[in-house]
Every structure is written in C-alpha cells, then in structure tokens.
Design a protein around this ligand. Structure first.
Ligand code: PLP
Length: 395
C-alpha cells in the first residue's frame, strides 16, 4: 500500500513501544518492573474529578470554541501571569488536548521547509519528529552530563544560522531531570533576541521541582513576544489520560495555533476544561504531597543507583526521571550500547528502562551510554527494580 511520502519523516515516542513490550511480557505471565513510561502513578485528585462530574451533570458536553473556553483561558492567563511574572491575557492562551498538541501546532505554524530548529538532545522525541515532518532542519543541541545536563553556550551560538527560526528548550527536562539556570536562560534569551528567533519553552514539569524556584524564559524582558510557553495538567495534577494542556504565545501566533486546532480536533473536551479550572484554582496540597513523594523517591533511586558497580547517577533537580551513566556497566557486560542494556534488563531481568537513543541519536563525539528511569512509581517497585538491575549488572 502506498502512503504519503511525508510519513517516512515522522518518528515516534519509544516509551510507548517499550510499554507495548512490557504488556506483552506480562500477558505471557512475566513479572516486569516498569520504569519506562513518564506517567504519575497517582490518581487525579478528587476535587478535580468532582469538577468534571459536575460539568457533565450540567451537560457541558457540547462543542466549545477552538482554542478553549474563555473562562478557562482567563484562569490560565491569571495562573501564568502570577507564576511567570509576566502580563498575559486570554488572547495569549490556546488550550489543547495535551501539551504535546501545542508542540505540534507551534512547529507547523513557524517552520517552512528548510528552516532550522534547535532542540535539546537527549530530549523529548516529539520535537525532532515534528521538525522533520514539516521538512525543517532539526539541529541538535547537546546536553552535557558535565554541565548537569545543561548545554554549552558557545555551542548554541555556533548552531545559530540565518535560517534558525526556533529554539526549543525544556526545563525541568525529560529525560535527564536537568534544570536550566537563570544564566543559561539569559544566554538563550540574548541569542533569541539578537537573532530574531522564537523560543518554544516546554514547562510541563515546572511544578515538579525540588530545590530552587522555577524560572521561565518568558519572564525575561523582550521574550514574551517570541516565547511559546507549553504547559499542561498531565504531570503536576496526575491527569495524563484527560489530555489537557495549553500554550501561551503572542496574540497573532495564538490565533494560528487555535486555527490548527480547528482543523484537527476542533476543540478540547468541554467538561475537561472545567476540571482544569478546579485544578488551578482549588487546593494545591495534593500537588505538594506528590512532589514531596517524588523527591523522596528521587533520593532513594539515586542512592540505589550509585551503589551499583558500573553505574553513576547525578541527583536531578526536577521532573521524575533519572538519567544514569551506564557506560562502565555496558563494557563490563560486553554490551555494545544502552539499547543492548535496555533489552538485557527487560528480557533477562524483568526491568523496563529506556535507552539513551529513545531521546535522539547520539551527538557527535558522544561516547558515554545512558538510560532513562522514570521513578513515578512506588518505592516498593523502585527497591525491587533496582535490586534486579544490581544483580543483572554486577553478576
Ligand atoms: N513535553 C514533555 C517534555 C513531556 O515529557 C511530555 C510528556 O511526557 C509532554 C510534553 C506531553 O505532555 P501532555 O501529556 O500534556 O501531552
């Protein structure tokens, strides 16, 4: 069967493929500890579910405007104005079925074929996939373990050309847990402003931060006009299956994002949007409790990883991922790379992790091997999974 050529350019998120393998093994009766999917193990807080039930009972089940209900847009604008110390109003908000949709819309709205977009590598795979899909040129910005998975500013400067239209950043980051410092954000802002480049700032993990205050590039003077801030409800409020996210952009671009939505899903589920209002305006103690628990788990998993011969792991400041260096473990086991380690751990030892290459091809000169472990799972699973990894690696 002949499909359109462009499909050959589209990638996919490997986490879902590995999750498929986990399901298959479990169906065969295998006991698998899964660290592969980036999804909170908590349930959505009760007050948020109740808001959705109430909206359903009031028959909020009809189409809504593309880009979102005005009342929800205003709630989001208030939330962003307060938390990012920037003035935005409802005309700057586009609500979507998940933050992922805003990434897709933004890249479609901004890139012509041949335009360049710089994106973090390792990074969330959707960026590179969609840049390629629109026939843009995907330019990886290496994230370095030696810089706690931030980047080298000089490298970023060198990657910018006359064709650079977009820089994508993600803080706290998937898959490394790295957090961009104020200095790094200032450096990116300088480069963006002086070269007239847009910045897509993926802030989906902004609430899952353990040490410092959250810093957003949109707060830097001169950046509000050229930033597309991406955020949503999946991670902070344990609402992955609701599919609820949003983008903040200048008014003109917001209109284009809403028109892309018009052509795609028309609008975001109406009663979900009332749940989103409750999430942002209701009590926040369940978010605080989840973040406290993630922090405990982070400390536990980092200690357990550093206790394994051949593995070393930095302590990430945010998100719910660790990205340990497994180079020595691979060598000791005679494995070529992290992909072979991923398979060895899954099929021989019943632990699902993701290889570094699930987050982009290795950068030029990159010699180390890494895996991503999502610790959005119980401490019991973490202890059991890490026991298995230790046994597998130190055998
Ligand atoms: N951005 C990053 C960095 C992510 O890790 C994810 C989900 O894993 C998303 C965006 C998408 O989130 P949503 O569920 O809101 O589409």
């Amino acid at each position: 069967m002949e499909f359109a050529e462009r499909l050959k350019k589209l990638g996919s998120e490997n986490a879902f493929n590995v999750l498929g393998n986990v399901m298959e093994l479990r169906e065969q009766g295998r006991d698998i500890v899964s660290f592969c999917i980036g999804e909170p193990d908590f349930n959505t807080p009760e007050n948020i579910k109740k808001a959705a039930f109430d909206a359903l009972n009031k028959n909020m089940t009809h189409y809504g405007p593309c880009g979102g209900l005005p009342v929800f847009k205003r709630t989001i604008a208030d939330y962003i104005s307060r938390t990012r110390k920037v003035n935005v109003d409802e005309k700057n908000v586009c609500i979507s079925a998940g933050a992922k949709a805003i990434i897709y819309y933004t890249i479609h709205a901004l890139l012509n074929p041949g335009d360049e977009a710089i994106y973090p590598n390792p990074g969330y795979p959707t960026y590179e996939s969609v840049i390629n899909f629109v026939e843009g040129r995907a330019v990886p910005l290496p994230l370095l373990e030696s810089k706690e998975f931030s980047f080298d500013v000089n490298t970023l400067k060198k990657l910018v050309t006359k064709k650079t239209k977009l820089i994508i950043i993600n803080t706290p980051q998937n898959p490394t847990g790295g957090v961009l410092s104020k200095e790094d954000l200032n450096a990116i802002a300088d480069i963006a402003i002086s070269n007239n480049i847009f910045v897509l700032s993926d802030e989906i993990y902004s609430r899952i931060l353990y040490e410092d205050e959250f810093n957003s590039i949109i707060s830097i003077p001169g950046m509000a006009q050229r930033t597309i801030l991406v955020d949503g409800f999946s991670k902070a409020y344990a609402m992955t299956g609701w599919r609820l996210g949003f983008g903040i952009a200048n008014k003109e671009l917001t209109g284009e994002l809403a028109n892309l939505e018009n052509n795609c899903v028309a609008c975001t589920t109406t009663f979900n949007q009332f749940a989103g209002i409750e999430a942002l305006t209701g009590p926040q103690d369940s978010v605080d409790a989840m973040v406290r628990e993630y922090k405990d788990r982070r400390d536990l998993i980092v200690d357990l990883l550093n206790d394994i011969k051949g593995i070393s792991c930095l302590k990430p400041k945010g998100s719910f991922y660790v990205f340990p260096n497994v180079t020595k473990a691979c060598r000791n086991l005679g494995l070529k790379d992290s992909e072979e380690l991923q398979d060895y751990l899954l099929y021989d030892h019943g632990v699902a992790v993701l290889a570094r290459t699930s987050f982009g091809e290795k950068n030029k000169d990159e010699t180390e091997e890494y895996i991503r472990i999502s610790y959005a799972t119980s401490k019991e699973n973490i202890r059991e999974g890490l026991k298995r990894i230790k046994k597998a690696v130190e055998k």
